[in-house]
Design a protein around this ligand. Sequence first.
Ligand code: DC
Length: 240
Amino acid sequence: MQDERDTQDGLEDHSTKRVVIAIDGLSSCGKTTLAKDLAHHLQWLHIDSGAMYRALTWLMIQKGWTIEELLQHLEDVELELTRENGEALIRLNGQVVRDELRDPRVTEQVSAVSMIPEVRRFLVEKQRAAARNASVVMDGRDIGTVVFPDADIKFYLTADEDVRVRRRHRELLEKGYEIDEEEVRRQIRQRDHLDTTRAHSPLRKAEDAIVLDTSHLSRQEQLEEALNIIRRRLEKITSP
Ligand code: DC
């Protein structure tokens, strides 16, 4: 059902044109939360591309595979995006995977898996296919640069390291993982280093991306700020 606010701000009129919003940035800047909130508000599809890389990493850990073994099995892996009760979910070989994707063991290894070109090809194809017939908000590292270089609106999120460490630490404690803050900091630094320096599709700001620093913004403020930018951009895109 359409959110009442959408009919007031005119954003629902763009259903005739497929719109892609790309959100990229370092780990724990709030990309997925913002993408989810925007998609909910706009009634569009949210795709968390990081969760797709995490799903393959989870499978590798579950099966006890090395990265080479994961690559050997890649073509047989069924990874689908489905929408159930308004929520975008990942089905991995028929099973919904969600909370397990946040397991620190997955976080530790996901950057190594996501730097492999075959893995990226496999997932980028699925990310593009998911947006073929629907307006989407997709978050990740290379959405505005590689997956959708022509995205209608691109955001590049940043936040101070301390803020990112605190956010990720709180999120993990809430999910029941006992981990100390310094370990979270180490993981974030290591992941950011690997994600920005890898040879294939490293994280970088697209030239036309709008930078949004979320350090001092509440969740609601981030949503409002992004919606204001989207409204202005969409007016330009659709006005004759
Ligand atoms: O957003 P996240 O922390 O859930 O992403 C997990 C990892 O997946 C991240 O460290 C790098 C990788 N990733 C990627 O390489 N490209 C994307 N578009 C999204 C995530």
